[in-house]
Design a protein around this ligand. Sequence first.
Ligand SMILES: Nc1nc2c(ncn2[C@@H]2O[C@H](COP(=O)(O)OP(=O)(O)OP(=O)(O)O)[C@@H](O)[C@H]2O)c(=O)[nH]1
Ligand SMILES: [Mg+2]
Length: 291
Amino acid sequence: MQEQTGPLSSAFVAVVGRPSVGKSTLMNTICGHKISIVSPVPQTTRNRVRGIYTDERGQLVFIDTPGFHDSERTLNTHMMNLIRQTVDDADLVLRVVDLTRAIGSEEEALDELLAPEADRTVVALNKADLPAAAESAPGSDNSRIRVSARERTGISELMDMLFALAPEGPLMYPAEFYTDQEPAFRISEIVREQAMLRTREELPHALYVETTDLAEENDGRRLVANATIYVERESQKGIVVGKGGRMIRQIREHAESELGDIFERAVRVHLKVKVHPKWRTNRDTIQKVIS
Ligand SMILES: Nc1nc2c(ncn2[C@@H]2O[C@H](COP(=O)(O)OP(=O)(O)OP(=O)(O)O)[C@@H](O)[C@H]2O)c(=O)[nH]1
Ligand SMILES: [Mg+2]
C-alpha cells in the first residue's frame, strides 16, 4: 500500500443487477481473489458475499447479491428481500448491467427500485469485451462506465468513481482481509459451483450444499471437511453421483483443487449426495441456505 495522504474513505457497496450480468466476476476482479462463485447459470449467487478492497484511499466493502429476478417463488422472494435490504444498508450502490443483452423488464424494475438511490449509485456497463446489444443504458453519463470484468478493463476508473462517492471513515477490516466468509461456507460454495458447472437445466437450481466437521490435520497443513450436496429428487441424485460415481468424483476433485488454492494448503472433502424433497419451498431451509 502507498502512503496515505488525505483522510481515509470507507464504504459498504451493494453490488446489484439482474442474473448473470457478471456481478460476482466483477467483485472478484476488483478484489483480486476468487471470493464469489461464478457460472453461466442465472442465479448462481444466493447469499450476500462480502469482498473487501483496500488501497491508500481507504476501503470499499462490496456486498455481492443474488441476481435481481422478478418472480413469485418462495426462494426468489427471499432473495429479492435480501437485495432490497442490502441496498438500504449500504452506503453506495454498484449497479451492474450486461451490455450484450437488450434492456428488458427486469432492468426497468431495477430502474424503479434504484431511482431514489441515484446520487449514490455507480453503473458498471459490463462485458464491454463483447459486441453490445443494449441500445440505451441506465444512469447519467458521469455515473456510468464501461468495464470488462473478464478482461479487467475500466476497473481503475470504476474504483475512482466509487471512492469519489465514499464517505470519510476508518478501515472496517484489516487491510490484508479480502473477504469475511467462514471457511465452511466457502467450501460449500466451491462444491456448489463445481456441481452447477457440470449439471443442466433445473438441476443447478435444485441443489444446495452443507459443510460440517471442518478440521485441521497434519499440524494445520491440511483441511478436512464433510460436505453434502442436497438435491430435490432421487433422479437428480443419480445424475450428481454419475455412472460408477464418476460425476461426484469430478466435482470433488475440482473443488479440492480450487479450495487448495484458496486456503493455500491441501483440502480433503468427503462428499455425499442426499435427497431433500421440495427444499426450495421450505422456509426454514431457505433461511439456513440463503442468508
Ligand atoms: N465476456 C464476458 N463474460 C463475462 C464478464 N463478466 C462475467 N462474465 C460471464 O458471465 C457469466 C455470469 O457471471 P457471474 O459473475 O456469475 O454473474 P452474476 O451477475 O454474479 O450472476 P448471478 O449470481 O447468477 O446473479 C459467467 O459465465 C461469466 O464468466 C465479462 O466482462 N465479459
Ligand atoms: Mg453472482
